[in-house]
Write a protein that binds this ligand. Structure first.
Ligand code: NAD
Length: 251
């Protein structure tokens, strides 16, 4: 494994599970110092232990990304622990309740928008300030295939993810000359706990069939694209949204 991220410090939210966990593992394998930030501290610390026992460098921090003060503290923790910030992956997210727009409760709407969209703004605000001090950086925001496509019974999730892509474009333009690249990743349906272990087999089969490749994606496949966008190989890529969707959007 090449250590092409050696010397870089990365902050990954929602890193204790699924896609964020795969991103954190791959970054550490390739030499980055990684802060594993998650609502759930115990699995975050477990992952940090595994990374360290494989020779990597990592630290865990508890954060609710929908809370501004907690996000500020988590980014500050990264700087206090590793001295700087170069890379950020704003990945924490929830699926939210399944209901049509007319039946969606205000409470559920605000929860999904807070965790999936407002959190990305809060995180970027503090990440950008830190990256300006580090002389530049790269941010990847975890959107979804539902950032450009609609989906039944998911008005808040679809709206939040469309917003994430808009925020990505706006910030990319504003900080391009400061050497901060901002991109978004749009996964199709990925086999992670977010889909729910209790999801009935026929629903899972239905989700698989939405992808021309005939299967769900794996967290490592999303992480591979994310790391490419974070890497210097993507030096001319900013403000763009990149699919990893098994052909979903091609239909
Ligand atoms: P996951 O449930 O496996 O992991 C999400 C992680 O985020 C968990 O560790 C959870 O504790 C954490 N988290 C949740 N709320 C948080 C909060 N308020 N503050 C901090 N951490 C919080 O889910 P995943 O599938 O790996 O999803 C990661 C991202 O990818 C999400 O933004 C999701 O919307 C997006 N995504 C997932 C899929 C999919 O099919 N799994 C598809 C497209 C996009």
């Amino acid at each position: 494994m090449t250590k092409d991220f050696a010397g870089k410090v990365a902050f990954v939210t929602g890193a204790a599970s699924g896609i964020g966990e795969a991103v954190a593992r791959q970054l550490a394998e390739r030499g980055a110092k990684v802060v594993v930030a998650d609502l759930k501290l115990e699995p975050a610390e477990k992952l940090v232990g595994e990374i360290k026992s494989s020779g990597g460098e990592a630290a865990a921090v508890a954060v609710d990304v929908s809370q501004i003060d907690q996000v500020e503290k988590a980014v500050q923790y990264t700087i206090d622990t590793f001295g700087r910030l170069d890379l950020a992956v704003n990945n924490a997210g929830i699926g939210g309740k399944a209901a049509k727009a007319g039946d969606y409760s205000f409470e559920d709407w605000h929860k999904v928008i807070d965790v999936n969209l407002n959190s990305v703004f809060y995180s970027m605000k503090y990440e950008i300030a830190a990256m300006l001090k580090s002389g530049g950086g790269a941010i990847v925001n975890m959107a979804s295939i539902l950032a450009t496509n609609g989906f039944a019974n998911a008005p808040a999730y679809v709206s939040a993810k469309h917003g994430v892509v808009g925020l990505t474009k706006a910030a990319a333009i504003d900080y391009a000359k400061d050497g901060i690249r901002v991109t978004a990743v749009g996964p199709g349906f990925i086999e992670t706990p977010l889909l729910g272990s209790a999801t009935p087999k026929e629903v899972m089969d239905g989700l698989r069939s939405l992808h021309p490749v005939g299967r769900l994606g794996q967290p490592d496949e999303v992480a591979a694209l994310t790391l490419f966008l974070l890497s210097d190989a993507a030096s001319f890529i900013t403000g763009s949204y990149h699919l990893v969707d098994g052909g979903y959007a091609a239909q």
